[in-house]
Design a protein around this ligand. Structure first.
Ligand SMILES: NC(=O)c1ccc[n+]([C@@H]2O[C@H](COP(=O)([O-])OP(=O)(O)OC[C@H]3O[C@@H](n4cnc5c(N)ncnc54)[C@H](O)[C@@H]3O)[C@@H](O)[C@H]2O)c1
Ligand SMILES: [Zn+2]
Length: 407
């Protein structure tokens, strides 16, 4: 309405008159994301062209600048890796320029515990003039990938990021996803972004050098995704538990690939890849797991905490009437068969107010998502269902059940 025009309509309030010059123009666009997930072996054998094909995807006739960050724990068992990477780059020097020798970063959760590691990587990218058409290559476990992903996503507002996951968990879950992050203010992944990788290059050869503990830990995510999404895969896990328990290679390879595919399907077809809604559909068992990791000061691996979270939420599913009695024993039996311990005293740690500390995980889960609490439970083995309320008393009963079972 023009400024000097008086409204005679009593329905038009003074408030509306004051803002009569307001207008809105909706901006709307969508950006397609696609990235290849390779399964290969001996990635840095000069005859293997997977990395070469990856960097050449958009600009085949160019020399690509690349900076490499490597997991220090991986280097302890593969000290020759930086030389192999250099030899690969030298062999393919028409296409690849390694801007500096591979940079070693701290192993495991340590890299996610202190922000200055992010700054250290950003500084290295700046000093070596890594631009938005260069590549950041991250080689390591899920923790390293999360940290390098964040450093890459926040430098120049996003540098092409290639992941080489080297643990079971990072190959079958975290590495193929779209999230990165580090821990701050006592919360897991408090600082992070959604930033799809440029490519994911899974090399089974790295799994061979992995500790028994980490081989087992990563299998929790396979049990998790099977439980909520794929009854056939769950049965396959049960039938192949003997082979998986001794890390038989064909079984491990199938488990990793199928688990990665199910995670990729959820991201591509679940309708909410950047989790703008109130659900984290693939995070079955994770509200307790994340809290347990913090309670134990990361002495429990992510996968180990997830296994306990799965056992807990499966018992809870039974107690709340969603899942048939007996199914929780079946799930616990599988997890134990794979090598997991399903009890940790951190589950009964109490806060100063007398409340179980782990219950705080539910509040943090809701706060992270925003809006209503959304937790995935089970209605069948292979089929998840979302609920919006968890009963503290039933959670405590589930914890007691688990304690009694494992005593
Ligand atoms: N971004 C996501 O979507 C997502 C999803 C799930 C988990 N995560 C994160 O992933 C992390 C857990 O990842 P993880 O289970 O791979 O553990 P990790 O990264 O802590 O690695 C475990 C240990 O294995 C070592 N290591 C790595 N590769 C090796 C190899 N090939 N041989 C020998 N040792 C090797 C590491 O140095 C480390 O000491 C957690 O921080 C978790 O929050 C992220
Ligand atoms: Zn997980």
């Amino acid at each position: 309405m023009p400024e000097n025009t008086q409204s005679n309509d009593p329905q038009i309030t003074a408030h509306q008159k004051d803002h009569s010059d307001t207008s809105v123009t909706w901006q709307k666009f969508s950006v397609p994301f696609d990235y290849p997930v390779y399964f290969t072996e001996r990635l840095f054998d000069p005859q293997n062209t997977v990395l070469l094909d990856t960097v050449n995807r958009f600009e085949p006739n160019k020399r690509h600048r690349i900076i490499v960050f490597v997991d220090g724990g991986l280097l302890e068992v593969r000290p020759e890796l930086p030389r192999e990477i250099q030899a690969y780059a030298d062999f393919h020097s028409d296409s690849l320029e390694l801007v500096t020798a591979a940079i070693t970063m701290p192993a495991g959760e340590k890299i996610k515990a202190e922000l200055h590691f992010i700054e250290q990587m950003q500084k290295a990218m700046a000093e070596h003039h890594i631009d938005r058409h260069s590549y950041v290559l991250a080689i390591g476990g899920g923790a390293l990938l999360d940290a390098v992903g964040l450093a890459a996503a926040t430098s120049h507002r996003g540098i092409r990021h290639i992941r080489v996951p080297t643990t079971v968990l990072s190959q079958n879950d975290s590495g193929v996803g779209v999230k990165n992050g580090v821990n701050l203010f006592g919360q897991k992944n408090y600082i992070g972004t959604f930033a799809p990788p440029f490519a994911v290059l899974n090399d089974y050869d790295y799994i061979r050098s992995l500790s028994q503990r980490d081989k087992i830990a990563g299998m929790a995510e396979a049990v998790k995704v099977a439980l909520i999404r794929d009854a056939d895969f769950y049965q396959w896990l049960e039938h192949n538990a003997d082979a998986l328990a001794i890390f038989q290679e064909d079984a491990m390879k199938y488990m990793i690939k199928r688990c990665a595919e199910l995670h990729m399907q959820q991201i591509a077809h679940g309708g909410d890849p950047f989790e703008t809604g109130s659900a984290r559909p693939l995070d079955y068992g994770h509200w307790a797991a994340h809290k347990l990791e913090i309670i134990t000061r990361y002495h429990l691996r992510h996968g180990e905490a997830v296994a306990i979270g799965l056992a807990l939420d499966t018992r809870y599913s039974v107690l709340s009437g969603l899942l048939a009695h007996g199914e929780e024993n079946r799930v616990c039996f599988l997890l134990e068969h794979l090598g997991f311990k399903l009890w940790h005293p951190g589950l009964i740690t109490k806060s100063p107010d007398g409340q179980l500390t782990v219950l705080r995980g539910l509040t943090e889960f809701r706060e992270h998502l925003g809006g209503a609490l959304t937790i995935t439970l089970l209605e069948k083995l292979g089929s998840g269902v979302e609920v919006h309320k968890m009963d503290d008393e039933l959670v405590m009963q589930s914890i007691q059940w688990l304690k009694a079972r494992c005593d």
